[in-house]
Design a protein around this ligand. Structure first.
Ligand code: AMP
Length: 286
């Protein structure tokens, strides 16, 4: 695996790949890699001649400086994992390489960026689209791979690609979970045992919502989920929403949409966790 840290180096290396007329897959990450990230690398390798991965803890998408400072950065372990996984190029820029002074970014994403995650983390998706746009322009991949774990992010990126008319196919990949059901996340290492145990309620509640959806109304399913998640004293619920999977607007009945998803954000102590589960999936294209 070739590791590069500057835009110039990356462009030079990519030039060689492009000369071979090869297809390029791209997996942007913030590092602290786990099997979820590696599943994206694997998918990219299956579908492309070459795979580029980036590791960049993007400051503009953080809404709290403490969160940014505490974000895990186990770079040597990351490099070892990517080498094992067979990534071809790792792009690992410093902040100054990606941002100039006083850069402005305000993209009209039609409101999908300001609901749910956007309500609790204002400006988060502007920061996400700002960096993903820069990376996509730089790498110019044929396909870029994102996890459904960050479902709203996936929709936001697809919207950004449409608005900015980028020539890239966004591929969404399924959520990878721990054996106990917890969705893998770089933030999970912050969970002490009791918080990890409590956090298991998140996926358990989503799975139960799927079961409930077969016999209860949307409202009943929602209330049963809210009850579990708001009663545990180690968890603080931000939202639990049952929504149309394209607009993320809440549904009232199961026939409101062909694709319905439950999305939730919960704080387990100081660790913010998100997860989701389709409750009805007819033609949502992954
Ligand atoms: P991050 O490093 O958290 O910015 O994530 C980089 C990419 O990995 C994003 O597209 C995430 O959606 C994806 N990802 C993170 N966790 C998982 C997971 N548990 N399963 C699948 N994809 C994931």
């Amino acid at each position: 695996m070739k590791t590069v840290t500057t835009r110039k180096e990356l462009t030079d290396v990519l030039e060689k790949f492009r000369l071979k007329n090869a297809t390029l897959g791209f997996v942007p990450t913030m590092g602290a890699l786990h099997q979820g990230h590696l599943s994206l690398i694997k998918r990219s390798k299956e579908n492309n001649d070459f795979t580029v991965c980036s590791i960049f803890v993007n400051p503009t998408q953080f809404t709290s400086l403490t969160d940014l400072e505490h974000y895990p950065r186990p770079i040597e372990a990351d490099i070892a994992m990517l080498t094992m996984a067979g990534a071809d190029i790792l792009f690992m820029p410093a902040t100054g390489e990606m941002y100039g002074d006083n850069e402005k970014w305000n993209l009209d994403l039609g409101g999908i960026d300001s609901m749910l995650e956007g309500m609790f983390r204002p400006g988060h998706f502007q920061g996400v689209t700002q960096i993903v746009y820069k990376l996509l322009k730089l790498v110019e991949p044929d396909k870029a791979y994102f996890g459904q774990k960050d479902f709203q992010q996936l929709l936001v990126i697809k919207k950004m690609v449409e608005v900015m008319k980028l020539q890239v196919k966004i591929v969404s990949c399924p959520i990878i979970r721990e054996a106990d059901g917890l969705a893998m996340s770089s933030r999970n290492i912050h969970l002490t045992r009791p918080y990890h145990q409590a956090a298991l309620l998140i996926s358990a509640t989503l799975f139960r919502a799927l079961e409930d959806s077969k016999q209860y109304s949307v409202n009943e399913t929602l209330n049963r989920a809210l009850e579990i998640l708001s009663l545990n004293e180690l968890l603080t619920l931000e939202y639990f929403c049952i929504a149309d999977a394209a607009s993320l607007l809440p549904v009232k009945t199961w026939s409101d949409s062909k694709n319905i998803i439950a999305l939730t954000a919960v704080n387990a102590g100081k660790t913010r966790l998100i997860d989701n589960q389709f409750l009805k999936q007819a033609d949502f294209i992954s």
